[in-house]
Design a protein around this ligand. Structure first.
Ligand SMILES: C[S@@+](CC[C@H](N)C(=O)[O-])C[C@H]1O[C@@H](n2cnc3c(N)ncnc32)[C@H](O)[C@@H]1O
Length: 266
């Protein structure tokens, strides 16, 4: 269930809530069953989001991959087994601690907020940025995608799997289809701010950050999902739970167009 809340500027900001929300979940990782897990081991990820996202990923050979919002690093083995060198970044220090403990021998990890500049990464340092089930927690996508564009090589790939806006608005009090709206995702006992946005905003945030859309999928739930969540499976046939986008960094980001050309509309 989701319900709309307003922010109280005297208490937590959304980022504080998110950080502590996922910190709590990361510290509890050992005791979370796979129905309730927010990580890569959940039935939702194993039976729905990962099998439908995996085919959208580009072929990996000696690729440098940034896992943006890597959580406790559950996807690291898959990428490193496929020959990629992996860097993970996440806002939750507890999740990063766990990731380092488990996968520190095969990947490098940074604790950082994706809405700020990624100071640990030079321009052109990755072939692929993969962000799995993270972006729904982020209010403004375009600046984050611009930073992904900076750290990607020209023509590098960005793959984003995110909770579908249609699913986010289900049960939430959204006044207008067109308005970016914060809702609270009620994880058992933990509140995680999540943002609904219209599909137009999803698409323009990629394009305006300098990406060309290559794949834009609303994956059907695979049959295996029905076994764990029969009701959710049936609902997902009408209301997909995820959106998977593959986009390619154009050589020049729009912001790098020289200002005289931009003012001439060139
Ligand atoms: C649902 S979990 C998914 C984790 C991981 N991608 C996976 O699939 O197992 C969402 C993750 O996004 C991270 N996150 C949310 N907002 C973030 C931000 N602004 N910067 C960095 N990480 C963020 C959270 O800390 C959490 O680890």
């Amino acid at each position: 269930m989701s319900s709309e809340r307003t922010l109280d500027s005297n208490t937590n900001t959304p980022t504080d809530q998110l950080e502590s929300g996922y910190d709590v979940l990361a510290k509890r990782s050992d005791n979370i069953d796979r129905h309730a897990s927010p990580w890569g081991d959940s039935h939702f990820q194993q039976c729905y989001s990962w099998p439908t996202t995996r085919p959208v990923l580009p072929r990996l050979t000696d690729n440098r991959v940034l896992l943006a919002g890597c959580g406790r690093g559950d996807h690291v083995p898959w990428f490193s087994d496929h020959g990629a060198s992996v860097v993970g970044v996440d806002i939750s220090e507890a999740a990063i601690r766990e990731a380092r403990q488990q996968f520190g021998d095969v990947a490098t990890f940074h604790s950082a907020d994706l809405t700020r500049s990624l100071d640990f990464a030079d321009a052109d340092s990755f072939d692929l940025v993969f962000s799995n089930l993270v972006m729904s927690h982020i209010e403004e996508w375009q600046p984050v995608f611009e930073e992904f564009h900076r750290v990607l090589v020209p023509q590098g790939d960005l793959v984003v799997a995110t909770i579908h806006p249609r699913y986010i608005r289900s049960g939430a009090d959204i006044e207008s289809y067109y308005t970016l709206t914060q809702v609270m995702n009620d994880w058992p006992e933990i509140e995680l701010p999540t943002f609904y946005r219209p599909m137009n905003a999803v698409i323009t945030s990629f394009v305006d950050a300098g990406f060309r859309l290559r794949t834009f999928e609303e994956p059907e739930p695979p049959d295996a999902y029905e076994e764990y969540y029969p009701e959710r499976y049936r609902k997902a046939l009408n209301e997909p739970e995820i959106l998977v986008v593959r986009a390619q960094a154009d050589r020049e980001a729009p912001s790098s167009v020289p200002s005289d050309q931009a003012s001439r509309g060139g």
